[in-house]
Design a protein around this ligand. Structure first.
Ligand code: FES
Ligand SMILES: [Fe+2]
Length: 438
């Protein structure tokens, strides 16, 4: 298995720092916080102070909104809570019929947040990537637009482009040499006079694609449609616009496989409730525990969890400091992506099925940074974080997820339960049910 840059909980260890001063916490039965809800437009208490420096991610309004809510929870030992609990059946992780329905209703139908725009900066650039079931070729056109195709030859199905990325004017199939232009048009058939005349076009099969918020989004079904703004809804669409992801580069991609359903893995990244118990020695000391602010957009969300370092700014007017160093922010872009905002990078997870086994999944983990390259010190810091985080996920998160998968294979373990404090996971289940029509 490849190495992993995150602990899997979304709580990435930061650049080495002195141990923060810890504040005693009322971690017993947290009293119920004010009801959760979306950031109420721009109606925020009092005037918005101008932060000393801008947040790397948030508008001043959102920075202020998050700060006020996080401060309130830190002071009271509370967390955002959902209106009710949510029961579900563990068979959703193991039933092959449910996995088949997911392929039809989720993975073939909905847009996948597939690549960064900056992975194909110039005309002629291409990247190959695997979606849930389909190998895809993505190309940058001379007019700056992108196109996506099924990466399978229209002659007899060989993979046309086996390279991960590069720049080409023509793609030649390695089997019998048919060649295609970057716009998917079939340009040449080898030994055409003996092959015979085609009675229909044999261009590469084109997939719906849209570029928005610095990402290339693709729908796996060629007959499908794509509208990212509609898929995200106005709240999530505006949030992603604020992040300016078009300014980020893909520092590294890791393709991983785990013996657990894709939803188990995804839910582990969304979950803040487990940190005390699963990450006692590694992550726990750095964060306020069982504490989360959520902006719930229906099928997508952003959550904030305070780092212990937030203690150092509690006496300052909310909004006067950018929150980037004082909390970690998780984002759910349903159906299968989550990304976590850290002060120096973004950890971007896309989860896919193992299409043969519902008890396994594939993960594309991308690390996004604001610069293409790093100096020696930056590389060393990233490498160190990587080692620490790899240990956390492999030793701590994965075994628990595997045990859930094992339980899902037994007939008598259901139903199970998401509590009021598991707000992020509740949004994911709500979205999944919506897309599945159940
Ligand atoms: S399969 Fe591609 S040219 Fe034959
Ligand atoms: Fe975790």
């Amino acid at each position: 298995m490849d190495v992993v840059l995150s602990d899997g909980s979304g709580f990435f260890l930061q650049y080495p720092k002195a141990q923060p001063r810890l504040r005693p916490l009322p971690q017993h039965q947290a009293p119920r916080a004010p009801a959760i809800g979306a950031m109420p437009g721009f109606l925020i208490h009092g005037a918005i102070p101008t932060p000393e420096e801008p947040s790397m991610y948030f508008s001043p309004e959102r920075n202020q909104w998050f700060t006020e809510r996080l401060f309130a929870h830190v002071r009271a030992g509370t967390t955002d809570q959902a209106a009710g609990m949510m029961e579900y059946d563990l068979s959703m992780y193991a039933d092959p019929n449910i996995a088949r329905q997911e392929r039809e209703r989720i993975f073939r139908r909905l847009p996948m947040m597939t690549l960064l725009s900056s992975q194909l900066p110039e005309a002629g650039d291409f990247v190959t990537v695997r979606l849930n079931e389909t190998n895809v070729l993505v190309t940058r056109q001379p007019d700056g637009s992108v196109m996506a195709f099924v990466n399978a030859c229209r002659h007899r199905g060989a993979t046309v482009v086996t390279q991960e990325s590069g720049k080409r004017r023509l793609f030649s199939c390695p089997y019998h040499g048919w060649s295609y232009a970057p716009d998917g048009k079939l340009k040449a058939i080898s030994f055409r006079e003996t092959f015979g005349q085609l009675d229909a076009p044999r261009d590469l099969v084109r997939l719906p694609v849209e570029e928005r918020h610095g990402f290339i989004w693709i729908v796996e079904d060629p007959a499908g449609s794509i509208d990212i703004a509609a898929h995200l809804g106005p709240g999530m669409d505006r949030l992603l616009a604020d992040y300016h992801l078009e300014q980020f580069f893909c520092y590294r991609t890791h393709e991983l496989e785990f013996p657990q359903n894709w939803k188990v893995m995804l839910e582990g990244v969304l979950d803040g409730y487990h940190v005390s118990f699963v990450h006692g020695d590694t992550i726990k000391p750095y964060f306020y525990l069982n504490m989360m602010v959520i902006d719930d957009f229906g099928h997508h969300h952003v959550t904030g969890t305070p780092r212990r370092t937030i203690d150092t700014i509690l006496d300052q007017p909310p909004g006067s400091k950018p929150l980037d160093d004082y909390a970690v922010f998780g984002n759910l872009v349903s159906p299968n992506t989550t990304f976590v905002l850290h002060p120096h990078h973004i950890e971007h997870w896309t989860l896919y099925q193992d299409t043969k086994d519902p008890g396994r999944c594939r993960v594309q983990l991308r690390i996004l940074t604001r610069t293409r390259g790093h100096d020696e010190r930056g590389e060393a810091i990233m490498a160190k974080n990587w080692r620490i985080a790899e240990a956390a996920i492999v030793n701590e998160d994965v075994p628990v997820g595997n045990s859930i998968q094992s339980s899902a294979g037994h007939p008598f373990g259901s139903p199970v339960l998401l509590g009021l404090n598991e707000v992020g996971n509740q949004v994911f289940h709500r979205a999944w049910r919506h897309y599945m029509g159940v």
